[in-house]
Design a binder for this molecule. Sequence first.
Ligand code: HEC
Length: 101
Amino acid sequence: MKAFKILPVVAFAFLPAVSHADMTGEQVFKGVCTTCHSAGVMGAPKFGDKAAWAPRIKQGEDTLVQHALHGIRMMPPRGGKSSLTDAEVKAAVHYMVSHAQ
Ligand code: HEC
């Protein structure tokens, strides 16, 4: 019967490890990137603006992801939210790119 007492404790101990499920690209965009990319703050390419995104997309999505992760000119690394995972930043880039083609 000891197992019944231990099991919930063990389950609880593992909770923090699984609590950070990656956000989708849309969630990351709406939570972080929208601040600059919706209004075009400091020359940020606007969401859905094909003309603004076309020359950037030409660099390749992998390059855009690198620039989003590490920052480029006025674009802060990870949009300024350092807690975002690489996968979340990548998903957000993909979300913006796929809405600007
Ligand atoms: C504080 C404002 C700000 C936030 C927040 C922000 N960006 Fe940007 N972003 C910029 C600016 C400004 C540029 C234009 C930089 C340039 O080319 O001079 C830019 C450019 C980019 C580019 C194009 C880079 C290139 O090589 O042309 C990508 C991709 C990008 N941002 C992704 C993101 C993602 C993903 C997020 C959210 C996680 C995000 N940004 C949040 C300001 C921001």
